[in-house]
Design a protein around this ligand. Structure first.
Ligand code: F6R
Length: 610
């Protein structure tokens, strides 16, 4: 959570910081702040609310913020309510240290008590102010060594950018656990939580490794560990294109990303299979392919949408490869004394590659001897670096807080892994070729779903005032029902529950009355008749049935009030189409209810805290 941006160079810094904050706003947006070094000293402005509120406030006294060095922050509250006093940058009370932070300082209570006993007094409830104060306490004229010394006393996660009043032209950044990159321009540096705040200025950058401190100055840069031994980061060329992180003609990133899914899926699949020969080629798994095929058990883990993608993957792995597979919430796996025997493969699924619980589950699995694989979107992210091997999603940056195209990428990679292992175990060459041909065809079929966006909006408008919705599906479309409910909850704030359609009779059916929207994810498949039976049960109790059904399926017509059609495809791949219909339902529900789709309340894009 939280976005950091810092700049040191020759250009006026304020507009640059505000632009960077807007690009990082998806990471958290309950308050924001800037600190700019001006001729009169470091000037700070902080404001509750979105970056636009900060921009308005700082705009009133723009001349005070004339300078070419500064740090800025957009916050997702952990310690202390969203309030100006808790917004970053924080400063110490002695040495003129200004600091922005993403992460959690776990031992902040102990540190705070120790600092209070030395006479420091705190203005906020945050862990970050404690860190600023600690750096100030240890400061003896050299910011880099004060930061190194302070971080030796800290447990927890941090990405920080720091300035000291008495060291103009110097900025220090450091990282453990939370992401931070340094962009290297012509005589200028941009420090940021992710590349989206860097690419407009330079494409040369490096990611800081854990326990690395970076000192930037007009004379150059250097990186070291906490004991001041030099560290050599790998400078890379950022591949992100500016248009990938801009809205273009779309009103929201979420809609843009829903519509990008055909192309995103093509990118996920490109070069990874040969349908004619029935071959899956996963470069990232080359070294470990044998272990995957021989696995005695596969455990898939993740959170939220990634967890739903894991459920679909579980069904595919068991069906195609016949390897026992289970899905565990990362947050549960890490604390439940999990069974990891020889031959257990732990697969972490994550868009950001930074989700704290997923990272911790991986660590737990690795310690217990599991081979670890990552199915991750963000290249170079923590999960991608700590796993033994993995497959990138390649769906491009996902900026809308509600995950959409990452899900499609995750399911597609799951399919490739399942077919890869399946072909080496139980799947015939004919069945393999058929699946791959069908997988290739899905991109165009997604277009047939997004083309119904207006129809979906009109259909949603009929039920958008209802506060409780059910999402029901069977087999491969049971996880899709969960995902549909999650999407509706998180952006439209309608209470929604997803469940296996058969489960309804075991309790939730009591809720159904008087036009309650019940969304059945019901493409043609092995349990189609059963799903129709469940629809009848809902209609008999006054529920309103909205069906996601296969084109040409007439059997469903008498049982549904409204129907969204998806093209025909193998049952196992149907989540790649049905989910898109539900994403659009959630999107339109949120817009019709007047919500900020890309920045839903209380949420942030990546959950880097427990
Ligand atoms: C829902 C959503 C979240 C994430 C979850 C895991 O739309 O975005 O549920 O899926 O926080 O995040 P990643 O995939 O980054 O590990």
């Amino acid at each position: 959570m939280c976005g950091i941006v810092g700049y040191l160079g020759p250009r006026p810094v304020l507009p640059l910081l505000l632009e960077g904050l807007k690009r990082l706003e998806y990471r958290g947006y309950d308050s924001a702040g800037v600190a700019v070094r001006s001729p009169a000293g470091i000037q700070v402005c902080r404001e509750v609310g979105k970056v636009a509120s900060l921009e308005a406030k700082v705009g009133l006294e723009r001349s005070r913020f004339a300078g070419t060095e500064g740090i800025a922050h957009t916050r997702w509250a952990t310690h202390g309510v969203p309030a100006e006093r808790n917004a970053h940058p924080h400063r110490d009370d002695k040495a003129g240290i200004h600091l922005v932070h993403n992460g959690i300082i776990e031992n902040y209570t102990t540190l705070r008590k120790a600092l209070e006993s030395k006479g420091h007094s705190f203005q906020s409830e945050t862990d970050t102010e404690v860190l600023a104060m600690l750096v100030g306490e240890l400061y003896e004229g050299d910011l880099e060594s004060a930061v190194q010394a302070a971080l030796k006393q800290v447990t927890g996660a941090y990405a920080i950018a720091v300035m000291a009043e008495s060291e103009p032209g110097v900025m220090v950044a450091a990282r453990k656990g939370s992401p931070l990159m340094v962009g290297l321009g012509q005589g200028e540096y941009v420090v940021a939580s992710d590349p989206s705040a860097i690419v407009a200025h330079t494409t040369q950058a490096f990611a800081l490794e854990d326990f690395t401190v970076c000192r930037l100055s007009q004379d150059g840069w250097r990186t070291s560990n906490l004991h001041n031994a030099p560290v050599s980061p790998k400078v890379m060329e950022l591949e992100m294109k500016l248009e990938e992180i801009e809205l273009g003609d779309f009103p929201h990133f979420m809609l843009k990303e829903i519509f990008e899914q055909p192309e995103a899926l093509r990118n996920t699949l490109r070069g990874r299979f040969n349908a004619e020969q029935g071959e899956v080629i996963l470069g990232g798994l080359q070294q470990v392919g044998r272990d995957l095929v021989k696995a005695r058990r596969i455990v898939l883990t993740g959170q939220g949408t990634a967890w739903h993608a894991a459920l679909v993957t579980e069904y595919m792995i068991e069906e195609f490869a016949r390897i026992p597979c289970e899905v565990q919430y990362a947050s549960e796996f890490r604390y439940r004394n999990p069974i990891v025997e020889e031959g257990t493969v732990l697969v972490a699924i994550s868009q950001s590659g930074e989700t704290a619980d997923t990272l911790a589950a991986l660590e737990e699995g690795r310690e217990r001897g599991a081979m670890t694989l990552g199915v991750v979107n963000v290249v170079g992210s923590s999960i991608s670096r700590m796993t033994d091997a993995g497959v990138y999603l390649r769906v491009g940056p996902e900026i809308g807080v509600a995950s959409t195209k990452a899900f499609v990428g995750q399911v597609a990679v799951g399919a490739l892994m399942a077919i890869y292992a399946g072909r080496r175990r139980h799947l015939s060459i004919e069945a393999t070729k058929h699946l791959l041909v069908e997988l290739e065809a899905i991109s165009d079929k997604i277009r047939a779903v997004t083309a119904q966006s207006d129809l979906i909006r009109d259909l949603v408008a009929k039920v958008v005032d209802r506060e409780n919705w059910l999402f029901l599906g069977r087999g491969y479309n049971y996880p899709v029902a969960l995902e549909g409910a999650l999407k509706v909850k998180e952006i439209s704030y309608i209470h929604a529950e997803g469940m296996p359609a058969a489960e309804m009779k075991h309790g939730p059916i009591a809720l159904i009355h008087d036009g309650m929207p019940c969304v059945f994810v019901a493409p043609k498949g092995s349990q189609h008749d059963k799903v129709i039976g469940n629809m009848q049960e809902v209609r008999a109790r006054g529920g309103r049935v909205i069906a996601i059904a296969t084109e040409g399926d007439e059997a469903i017509v008498p049982h549904a009030h409204d129907i969204i059609r998806v093209p025909e495809c193998p049952e196992a791949l149907s989540p790649l189409l049905t989910t898109v219909a539900l994403q659009l339902m959630a999107y339109h529900a949120a817009v019709l209810r007047g919500h900020d789709v890309d920045k839903p309340r209380n949420l942030a894009k990546s959950v880097t805290v427990e």
